[in-house]
Design a protein around this ligand. Sequence first.
Ligand SMILES: [Zn+2]
Length: 76
Amino acid sequence: MREGIHPEYKDCVVTCSCGNVMHMRSTKASIKVNVCSLCHPFYTGQQQRILDTEGRVESFKKRYQRYNARMEQAKK
Ligand SMILES: [Zn+2]
């Protein structure tokens, strides 16, 4: 390895928002992640929870309801 051009590769603590702490190696001393293999729905098998802070899912459902109603009326 050429000297003076490589970043230092040190022990790293990775902290997840779920509280899980992992130790690995990185050029950074600590990394904060939002999701990890302990809490990601893909691994937990839980149904995905959608963080609906602005009511967007609700408004989408409402809009879709109106669309369905219109399609029902069009059939008649
Ligand atoms: Zn996690």
